[in-house]
Design a protein around this ligand. Structure first.
Ligand code: SAM
Length: 262
């Protein structure tokens, strides 16, 4: 997969992209990241990328010309791949969106700075807008890295265990079960006996129930859309979960648990 990133701070990306799984994905040609400094497409001697907002109000706004020039130079006109703006006003970036993006051969990400970009970039260049959460960061570099990271680990061949992403939180609509490793007893706290039993059917059932319990306690909204078996429903009912008769498209058809204790 190729990812083109347009930013004023390309140097932010390399240290993270050169670590661990992302570095290996790049070495093996599974991920091809190209970093572009928007400032390289300015034409004035001060290499100006921002200007004051029309209407006043303080802060600076990223000018449209260098952004259009950079993206069209690299991706053509019209752009040959989705052009995704990182913005707190975008649609929420979720694991489902990460899966969708991971199936594309190429995407471009634009990282904003200051008060954001001239609105004409959003209206006439950008094809999608993603937010990594309901908070405002100083720039779109971290959000772009978040997207690159989440998408890369879903690319075929990137993780040693091809099923690993399918077992992660959100991929099956639930939070994942807890994990333990050696030692079996640490400071008097023991690993659950079932995980040391060698009984694979029991372990699978325990993990499924832990996954359901965690989701119910922490993110009951997810249960509304999770694919649940009759056994799952019976187990959840013992925890106090009741299915509401709302349409499947509603945000949540489950009532929140009374306590978050485990
Ligand atoms: N004035 C903008 C607003 O209120 O919507 C926020 C601008 S923010 C200070 C500067 C840049 O950081 C944005 O253009 C965007 O690229 C990035 N950014 C900040 N928070 C983000 C978030 N939650 N998700 C994605 N990008 C974000």
């Amino acid at each position: 997969m190729r990812i083109d990133v347009f930013t004023l701070f390309p140097e932010v990306f390399e240290p993270y992209l050169n670590l661990s799984i992302l570095a290996r994905a790049r070495e093996r040609g599974l991920l091809d990241v190209h970093l572009y400094n928007i400032r390289d497409w300015t034409t004035d001697k001060h290499r100006t990328v921002d200007d004051e907002p029309y209407g006043g109000g303080g802060g600076m706004v990223m000018k449209p010309e260098p952004i259009f020039a950079a993206v069209e130079d690299v991706l053509g006109r019209p752009p040959r791949a989705p052009v995704i703006l990182m913005t707190p006003q975008g649609r929420p970036f979720t694991q489902e969106v990460a899966w969708q993006l991971s199936r594309l051969p190429r995407i471009a990400l634009i990282a904003g700075r200051y008060e954001g970009l001239d609105e004409r970039v959003r209206e006439h260049l950008v094809t999608d807008e993603l937010s990594i959460g309901d908070y405002v960061l100083t720039g779109g570099e971290l959000p772009a890295l978040v997207v690159i990271d989440a998408v890369t680990r879903l690319l075929p061949g990137v993780l040693g265990d091809p099923d690993a992403p399918l077992k992660d939180s959100f991929s099956q609509g639930l939070l994942e079960h807890p994990h333990y490793t050696r030692p079996a007893v640490f400071r008097g706290w023991s690993v659950p006996e079932v995980l040391r039993s060698g009984d694979h059917a029991r372990i699978a059932r325990w993990r499924r129930e832990q996954s359901l319990r965690r989701t119910w306690e922490r993110r009951p909204d997810l249960l509304a859309r999770a694919p649940l078996t009759p056994e799952d429903r019976a187990y959840l009912a013992t925890l106090g979960w009741r299915e509401r008769s709302k349409p499947a498209s509603s945000a949540s058809d489950a009532e929140a648990p009374e306590s978050s204790t485990n």
